[in-house]
Design a protein around this ligand. Sequence first.
Ligand code: M6R
Length: 605
Amino acid sequence: MCGIVGYVGHRQAAEVILDGLKRLEYRGYDSAGLVISDSERVLNVMKRAGKLKVLSDAFRTQPLTGTLGLGHTRWATHGKPNDINAHPHLSEDGKLAVIHNGIIENYLPLRARLSAEGHTFASETDTEVLVHLIEAHYQGDLVAAVQAALREVHGAYAIVVSHADHELIVAARATSPLVIGLGQGENFVASDVPALLPYTREVIFLRDGDMALLAKDGVTVTDFGGVVLRRDSAIIDWDAEAAEKGGYPHYMLKEIFEQPVVLQNTLGGRLAANGTDVTLELSLDPASFNRVVITAAGTAYYSGLVGEYLIEKLARLPVEVEVASEFRYREPVIDSRTLVVVVSQSGETIDTLEALREAKRQGAHTLAILNAKGSSISREADDVLYIHAGPEIGVASTKAYMAMLAAFELLAIWLGRARGTLSAALAAELIAELRHTPALVEAALKAREQVAAIAEAFKGKSDYLFLGRGVNFPTALEGALKLKEISYIHAEAYATGEMKHGPIALIDDDMPVVAIATASALYDKTVSNIQEVRARDGIVIALASEGDEAIKAHADYVITAPRTMELISPMVNVVPLQLLAYETAARLGLDVDQPRNLAKSVTVE
Ligand code: M6R
């Protein structure tokens, strides 16, 4: 949460910062600000509540020049999103600027002490205590002052600091991500890679407890005590264009349409030539554990629910799935015979990261299913299975979910084959169908027109119900989450068979019910449940397999999905539901890529 960009070099810093913030705006977008050190070594600040565009527009009318600067997009934790609470925060003499992502947990006692010592606070933020604390310790050495201040704070944070008297940026990381970009006669710091891609591919991912001192001619990484650390750089192979909209009106739509290619990348090289096995470069020994626990947040959690179904079915291992924010606090019963799988697009979600740490403390072997390379989770997990979805910018996750599902398919087949619970014949059938998934998802995208008509008809509704069962119950959950997130329409999901135990009371002739009724072992039971909805005048939107003519008699609207194996169907069925959310939000004129109150990676608890 919150986007940070810092620059020191030969270019106009504000241009680099505003461009970088634009690429990071998915991290937070309730206010934005920047500070530029000019040729007279004066810090000039501009901050605005609202989207980055408000700041950019203000900047165009009153540009700030200088070759060193810091910028920030905020996702408010402490204090309303207004101009004053926006970052950067400056010392009273205007010479010291601080930008911060995360939470300073002991800010209240620090604020009380500093106020008593005569410091005057301008904002309601936790961040501002850092400014006063660094200022209190500053005696000409900026690095020493930052170190001394950080010894007094605790929490999860990333900060960048500059001072008018130094051509230097000091960055420090305690849990919240920071990445350094290395250039020629210029250097960059940002909270995520997309901000750096137009300028450099050579990066250093800072680790917890790292400080970086950025000058235009070099970067030094130390610990918080000043001991120099060796940190190797990595080369990022992401395509800068992949992080652009590429002609689509929104990133989310682009990312939905990228899913066939994403599947090729996730599956690529992992389906063995013999047709009955998958190849995963994992160190874990499938014979060494007797249980699997999957933990994650949001959409990644729903992919874990599909994973549960697949692993239990194909590898015959008991699986539990839990949201990471609960898992870490309830003393989970796990040991060295438990495989703990964490799932995350960003690799920075604090709940998931802490759940991973808890699992490691309990002695479990940990496997991360991840998109972002170099992320905190990637460094701490025992094994990583990358999903190769590429940069996902839309706050509502789509292509990463698709790639997570593909990763769970691979993992379940791999475990099943290794444990002897999955026959070569079924493995061959699944693998052949997996090879076909890019084409299936491509075909599923063709439902856009059908979906658009439904979105148009129901865009004014305030509630939706989603029903799915078996491996597609998580698909219903994900469909409801997508609609909630971007259209602000209340949507609930239930296991279809559970509807009669309560939610059926909600059915009337006003609320659309999206029922997943694609080919499955429980198709007939699903149709019976749909009839129960219709018998109560409910509006049924059925998602049915191609060629299912019979469903028309039971539904007001039918969305057609390509026919596939039930175990593969979540990958196909989620596509029309993503499109339904998109088409609804777009029709309502809402901000699809940056829905209110959300942020792309949630790095606070
Ligand atoms: O980066 P992660 O996959 O760990 O993020 C987890 C959730 O915060 C994320 O999936 C969130 O629910 C999305 N907004 C869903 O669209």
